[in-house]
Design a protein around this ligand. Structure first.
Ligand SMILES: [Zn+2]
Length: 386
């Protein structure tokens, strides 16, 4: 390693001054958490598990209403604790969703690289272009950071008006490559609402005063709806995909859109179990996200991989690991620096201790690796010197 970058890679046959013996470890690039909401970290263990997604959303909304100041010390302390936990769990890069941009400064000061997605929610928008322009001004006003790249995200098809989707895509397309994100095909209620305009989401929108009487139900699947609207391509991270059909997945594969699997969150929110094996069988790019501490017990991507392994016992281990490294880095536009161990990339190298009895190292990495089983090698302040 030289100046924080990988200089060369290979077998050392001779020991030279300064070499360190790391013991029996697997070396891998720092992991990529392609979908989380660090600003919700203060809600750890605060929201009850739900058997219906709308019930979980109600819990989050009422909890957030009690903390209207996004820069309160409780929220900022939660963000910093969440970042620490992510780093200790082996994460180098995150796709962080924020409604307030409160995570920008803590991320900038941290060892994590990030795409900071400023997430927009607006179902009833009289002037969609002005709404999105204003959001662009806010992210353009953030202090410059080499490690934190801002972009926009649309919350979901049931909470963002079609013209707002259009304006977000136009705004993202005007920027040098940055990805865009959307929660897509997460719950049965979403599928019902986009197909018929009825059900629990319709009632919820009416209840919170966000229903738009001009809105016409697309009458198709959420994936088809966003594709017909011109929203989906290789810039987009489609998060969750629990309800995606084979046709949906083939459509995403053809568009180059990345699906981000967050199975532990899906179980907690009542959305169900994502069809992980079908994601891979369809040839779609699959990344991994923990989602937020409002719906998952920790920010450990290794724990998420273990959940994916339980749901997809026959997908080769190497493909799951690739999802948590290279595919995530590529989806976030950071693959020139992260995602693999290659000369020139950042030396964010993770070492996972491997017990002597382990014969299949890749499978072992899917067994639920905890922070005390790993350490950073290289340029990070958390490096353990041996
Ligand atoms: Zn999310």
């Amino acid at each position: 390693m030289e100046q924080g970058r990988i200089a060369a890679l290979g077998m050392n046959t001779e020991r030279v001054e300064g070499d360190r013996d790391l013991g029996s470890v697997a070396l891998l690039p720092g992991l990529v958490n392609a979908h989380t909401h660090l600003e919700l970290s203060y809600l750890r263990s605060q929201i009850p598990a739900a058997d219906a997604f709308v019930t979980w959303i109600r819990g989050v909304m009422s909890a957030r209403r009690q903390r209207p100041d996004p820069n309160s010390s409780e929220i900022l302390d939660g963000i910093r604790a969440g970042i620490d936990e992510a780093v200790r769990s082996g994460t180098a890069l995150v796709g962080d969703i924020s409604n307030t941009l409160a995570t920008h400064a803590p991320l900038h000061e941290s060892p994590l690289a990030a795409v900071l997605f400023y997430e927009l929610i607006r179902f009833n928008a009289p002037d969609p272009v002005a709404f999105v322009d204003q959001a662009c001004q806010q992210i353009d006003g953030l202090p410059a950071s080499a490690s934190v790249r801002p972009s926009l995200a649309a919350h979901a098809p049931y909470s963002v008006a079609p013209l707002v989707f259009r304006a977000i895509r136009d705004a993202v397309d005007r920027r040098p490559f940055v990805p865009c994100s959307v929660h897509l095909s997460e719950s049965r209620e979403e599928v019902e609402f986009i197909a018929t305009g009825e059900g629990a989401w319709r009632r919820f929108l009416e209840e919170v005063g966000s229903w738009s009487p001009d809105w016409v139900a697309p009458g198709v699947s959420p994936v088809r709806f966003l594709d017909d609207a011109g929203f989906l391509d290789k810039r987009v991270l489609a998060v969750h995909g629990v309800q995606m059909t084979r046709e949906d997945l083939e459509r995403l594969a053809a568009k180059g859109t990345t699906v981000v699997a967050c199975p532990r969150s899906n179980a907690f929110t009542g959305a169900g179990a994502p069809p992980i094996s079908s994601f891979y069988a369809a040839g779609v790019a699959v990344a991994v996200g923990t989602d937020s501490l409002a719906s998952t017990p920790d920010l450990n991507v290794f724990s998420e991989l273990a959940a994916m392994r339980r749901l997809a016992p026959h997908v080769p281990a190497a493909r799951l690991i690739e999802s948590a490294t290279l595919t995530g880095a590529r989806a976030l536009g950071f693959d020139a620096e992260y995602g693999t161990l290659e000369p020139g990339k950042r030396a964010r190298i993770l070492a996972v201790r491997v017990p002597d009895a382990v014969s299949d190292v890749e499978e072992y990495l899917l067994s639920g690796i905890e922070p005390d089983q790993l350490f950073w090698v290289g340029d990070s302040p958390e490096s353990v010197s041996l």
